[in-house]
Ligand binder design. Structure first.
Ligand code: S3P
Length: 434
């Protein structure tokens, strides 16, 4: 098992480009497979999660060149070009991979089985299984289909369109239903309680598929063909950039430029929250890539103060709450995080795991059913921490260690590979350059 040891930093300096966006990379490789002809994907995240999705597409009969690098060529076979896999599709640790593929496979006319690692096999699947069954797929799984492995016999030509209201704001659920809806005759609609990330909608449009969005209601007409429109340039992942944003906010002396970051408004909750805490964050050189807004982000250290994070901000910052709770740990006052019970069903129970790890640093944390209250301190002594098998907990605690007075050790950090290969190297380059 790998450990990561972090010494106090005297300021993060220079510039870095984090790896490609995980959400967009999953979608880019799936959608390119469904298009007629070749699509080049630049900036593909060569992390475990997205490589598992790419391998699953290969097992479904799609040729992909360059796997393992950040430049893929996907040889798409059109809407009906997938074929029955001859083995189980293993999505490893990735909830996005499993849920998006379940949607795609629900529309095929063959049989397939999806599984994942010990953590993914504990995560809730009823949220996708229930609508996908309504659309005509036969799905079985452990616990009546609530847990993976999931065995799917797709509806094929009999897939039916639905008007679905999701109880959770989840881009994974929305995308699963839309992918199945692509195979249905008629129009599929998904309604959400508040807006989740819209990369699926944007990438559908990039491939020439009409998708309508009215507030929290998304509509897609089935049987539309995807057409390749040149390369997909995947921006750097704001969820990975967030670790460096928070690090630069909390370590005195920092002045950091994080380049080529996706700043889709459904993902920028982390910037809004940090700014409301008083952070000095400037977006430079705004531009667009493959239908997604992109910018360079300059962050300079400034003392943070506590805030309340709740409501519609939560889905816009869902993966950044662990590292935002590190920002809160070094902010003045008590930060309140509410309406975030979804955190309990991520790669780990992120309310429980962040509370337990921050307490090891001597931070006062009160755990609530849907969030936590964190009272910040000027600094901490560092601690020996655990990843709980969760990449974002591992990276959050490494960031917390940079602003401590003493050494911090994070155990079991190999999980970082799922989303952020090269994290440790970039951390060392920027945090100890002076
Ligand atoms: C993702 C959606 C989010 C997020 C996950 C990636 C996606 O999950 O936490 O890391 O790419 O669709 P939910 O949609 O279930 O909230």
């Amino acid at each position: 098992m790998s450990d990561l040891t972090v010494q106090p930093s005297r300021g993060l300096k220079g510039e870095l480009t984090p790896p490609g966006d995980k959400s967009i990379s999953h979608r880019a490789v799936i959608f390119s497979s469904l298009a007629e002809g070749d699509t080049v994907i630049n900036g593909f995240l060569a992390g475990e999660d997205t490589m598992n999705t790419a391998r699953a597409m290969q097992a479904l009969g799609i040729a992909i060149d360059g796997l393992g690098s950040s430049r893929l060529t996907v040889r798409g076979k059109g809407l009906d070009g997938l074929s029955e896999p001859d083995g189980v599709l293993d999505l490893g640790n990735s909830g996005t991979g499993m849920r998006l593929l379940a949607g795609l496979l629900a529309g095929q006319d063959f049989y397939s089985v999806l599984t994942g690692d010990q953590y993914l096999r504990k995560r809730p699947m009823a949220r996708i299984v229930e609508p996908l069954r309504r659309m005509g797929a036969r799905i079985d799984g452990r616990s009546g289909g609530r847990l993976a492995p999931l065995a799917i016999r797709g509806g094929g030509k009999k897939t039916s369109a639905i008007d679905f209201t999701s109880p959770v704001a989840s881009a994974q659920v929305k995308s699963a239903v839309l992918l199945a809806g692509l195979y249905a005759e008629g129009t599929t609609t998904v309604n959400e309680p508040s807006p989740s990330r819209d990369h699926t909608e944007r990438l559908f449009r990039f491939f020439g598929v009409g998708v309508e969005q009215h507030g929290t209601r998304v509509t897609l007409r089935g049987r539309q063909q995807l057409r390749s429109h040149g390369p997909i340039d995947v921006p750097a992942d704001i969820s990975s950039a967030a670790f460096f944003m928070v690090a630069a906010c909390i370590v005195p002396g920092s002045d950091l430029l994080i380049k080529n970051v996706g700043v889709n408004p459904t993902r920028t909750g982390v910037i809004d929250v940090l700014r409301s805490m008083g952070a000095d964050i400037v977006l430079e050189n705004p531009r667009e890539q493959a239908g997604e807004p992109v910018a360079d982000i300059r962050v300079r250290h400034r003392k943070l103060r506590a805030v309340r994070v709740a409501g519609e901000t939560i889905p816009r910052a869902i993966d950044e709450i662990p590292v935002l709770s590190v920002a809160a740990a070094y902010a003045e006052g008590t930060t309140i995080i509410q309406d975030a019970s979804e955190l309990r069903v991520k790669e780990s129970d992120r309310i429980a795991t962040m509370a337990s790890e921050l307490k090891k640093l001597g931070i006062a944390v009160v755990e609530r059913a849907d969030g936590m209250e964190i009272t910040g301190r000027e600094t901490t002594d560092g601690a020996v921490c655990e990843s709980h098998g969760d990449h974002r907990i591992a990276m959050s605690m490494a960031v917390a260690g940079l602003a401590a007075r003493g050494e911090t050790v994070v155990h079991d950090t190999a999980w970082i590979e799922t989303s952020f290969p090269g994290f440790e190297m970039l951390l060392r380059q920027t945090a100890y350059s002076s």
